[in-house]
Design a protein around this ligand. Sequence first.
Ligand code: AMP
Ligand code: ZN
Ligand code: FE
Ligand code: FE
Length: 282
Amino acid sequence: MRIDLHTHSSVSDGTDTPAGLVAQAVTAGLDVVALTDHDTFDGLPEALAAGGRLGVEVLRGIEISAQRRGASVHLLGYGCRVDDRALSAELARVREGRSGRVGAMLARLSALGMPIPADVLYRQVGDSPSVGRPHFADAMIELGYVADRTEAFDTWLADDKPVFVPRYAVPVAQGVALVRASGGVAVLAHPWGRGRREHLSPDVLADLARGGLDGIEVDHQDHDQAARDELRVLAGELGLLATGSSDYHGTGKVDHDLGCNTTAPDVLDAIRARVAGRGGLL
Ligand code: AMP
Ligand code: ZN
Ligand code: FE
Ligand code: FE
């Protein structure tokens, strides 16, 4: 049983359509895949239909842009009722923040000698309701300003680089509460990836666990072996579920192939039981 609980489609910043992603999951030999686009459920109907056709179980997921004391934190939700009003309102607020900073980022790029015509950017965004920095990166690649997304982030787009403009993100404790109130299971994505470790110390993770966090993503490409080992021990001590996943983005992220990390079947069983107990829909 091969289970991958964190993937992105072109409905956020991945490069495969939802149906295309599910077809790739078949090729990768996965039995279960969760679609977890950034701040939107819009890809789920297409992915679920493709899963039915192709014989892969597709789970309803999301990756919520959250923050703790201003530092970016990503929160995965599994089995949330997608029509929950409080959750939907908060996701809309995040997406508005994403759209609302586009003009300021384009202005910064122009000032730095890298103008991006709006049509070039919006062709990269496609019909995603969740515009993100990877779309800017892809426009910069198209215009020859950078070679790939990694160079775009490392030089211009990362949180400490000149094109970064902050946007609204959900306070993480509120995110956990919203996920659970909508019937879902809340799992912190890559808690110690990309400089997050200093913001998510064991004490902070313990605090979040007391606040209802269900699990942490342990096996992730942004965690080295030592971090995985420590996080697995912490999860055990704190009574948190330990998941593993690829964080697949199609061709948008190298070294994140579908199924490169997986979640144990008994952990998925626990997620299913919690979603059922909370009235969610996985
Ligand atoms: P945003 O959603 O606009 O905050 O952009 C952050 C997203 O960009 C993350 O969720 C990742 O999917 C992606 N990302 C962050 N750093 C990199 C990187 N170095 N290379 C490629 N993608 C990245
Ligand atoms: Zn992403
Ligand atoms: Fe993430
Ligand atoms: Fe992700």
